[in-house]
Design a protein around this ligand. Structure first.
Ligand SMILES: NC(=O)c1ccc[n+]([C@@H]2O[C@H](COP(=O)([O-])OP(=O)(O)OC[C@H]3O[C@@H](n4cnc5c(N)ncnc54)[C@H](OP(=O)(O)O)[C@@H]3O)[C@@H](O)[C@H]2O)c1
Length: 359
């Protein structure tokens, strides 16, 4: 084969063949349910080959729902290796959906892509983690022809990443991106009225499934840091995690506790938030947890904004993001909508699968 033909082969897009799912938790379950519903009317979806969690891998020769039920009911894995470690189960052209929050899984994204396996992910640790991993993923996409579907990682499928990439592809420079990027923190600050204790709202958000089971993961700002990294990298900025200044909302005493001690100590949040709220209220301002990057740097933290500020709008778990670029200089492009929840996340994953399957 001549080198020109070899090059053409390497860059040719890889047609999608079969589907595999890692993660059978809240998002994985919603994904399987939506897949079954969509499959009725959409012959364009790839066939479900297998699904796995940290304990077991099940093939989907019956229905994916049956495999899901079996996987969810299985006993802990006693081997040192994850049950999907033998990824010969993955072939060139397969679509691997990552519905975990696992570093081990994110570490394999680049390798799978390099082998021509498409990766669709809700896991932010791929392109929202270490720079070296994000670069490896981008390189593998460039050279293999496999695709990386990441629209579920930020804004649960809102057209955020898509819009940024379209602006950059159209020759725009991105000047600044800022906004409310956490659905759970959006809900907390939309609800908190300064009258009832903040800890009560945190418990309520956890019970509604808006926060992680350990709400410190949301309150620490770590989740927003990862989303900001994904957005910045999509905008063409080579930002590392250490370059994002993060102001955690978790007091040191609370950060030090074990998960089982947490609930009894959430009241530690009440006094500091009551003070913040009172100060903002006196000035007619509202509290919003924002992520922001521009040419100067990147930051994540709580801010008090004038009530009529564009980023104060929205309700419930809405994300609200402003993009400033060459063409949106004075008035930003504003994108708003529900940015959390298993249903919208699963829908975003399936949209990416369909987009790959339809070439
Ligand atoms: N929940 C939401 O509303 C939401 C919204 C947007 C994005 N996300 C993102 O979606 C992802 C999944 O969230 P979730 O709420 O569904 O989490 P979850 O309910 O905790 O489920 C996580 C799943 O990942 C599996 N897992 C963990 N390590 C694994 C490994 N090494 N190999 C294979 N499977 C592994 C777990 O297996 P076991 O069952 O064996 O423990 C579990 O099935 C996360 O990255 C999250 O940040 C979630």
């Amino acid at each position: 084969m001549s080198s020109v033909v070899q090059l053409a082969t390497a860059y040719r897009s890889v047609p999608a063949s079969r589907l595999a799912l890692l993660g059978t938790g809240v998002v994985g379950t919603a994904f399987v349910e939506r897949y079954e519903r969509l499959q009725q009317g959409n012959p364009g979806l790839p066939a479900f080959a297998w699904l796995a969690n940290s304990r077991v891998l099940h093939d989907c020769e019956g229905t994916p729902e049956q495999a899901l039920e079996n996987a969810r009911a299985s006993l802990p894995n006693t081997s040192d290796l994850p049950p999907w470690a033998e990824t010969e189960a993955l072939r060139r052209g397969d679509v691997l959906v990552d519905a975990t929050a696992s570093e081990i899984v994110a570490d394999r994204h680049a390798e799978w892509l390099a082998r021509g396996v498409h990766v669709v992910t809700a896991n932010k640790l791929g392109s929202g983690g270490a720079s070296i991993r994000a670069h490896a993923i981008a390189d593998a996409v460039r050279t293999s022809g496999a695709r990386y579907g990441d629209s579920a990682t930020v804004g649960a499928g809102l057209p955020l990443l898509r819009s940024l990439r379209a602006l950059v592809a159209g020759g725009d420079r991105i000047h600044r991106v800022e906004g409310v990027l956490s659905g759970s923190l959006a809900w907390l600050f939309n609800q908190y009225d300064g009258m009832r204790p903040f800890s009560g709202f945190v418990r309520e958000a956890r019970e509604a499934g808006y926060t992680e089971p350990d709400p410190r993961l949301d309150l620490s700002g770590e989740d927003v840091r990862r989303k900001l990294l994904i957005l910045a990298r999509a905008a063409g900025l080579s930002l590392s995690a250490e370059e994002v200044r993060v102001e955690s909302l978790v007091p040191v005493e609370l950060a030090a506790l074990a998960v089982h001690e947490l609930d009894g100590a959430l009241e530690l949040l009440d006094a500091p938030f009551a003070t913040c709220f009172k100060d903002a209220y006196r000035k007619g301002e509202k509290l919003r947890f924002l992520g922001r990057f521009d040419g100067e740097g990147a930051s994540v933290g709580l801010q008090a904004l004038p009530a009529d500020h564009p980023l104060c709008g929205g309700s419930g778990t809405d994300n609200r993001v402003a993009i400033f670029s060459d063409r949106y200089r004075e008035q930003p492009l504003l994108i708003q909508g529900p940015g959390a929840g298993a249903e919208v996340t699963a829908a975003a994953l399936l949209d990416d699968v369909l987009s790959i399957a339809n070439g």
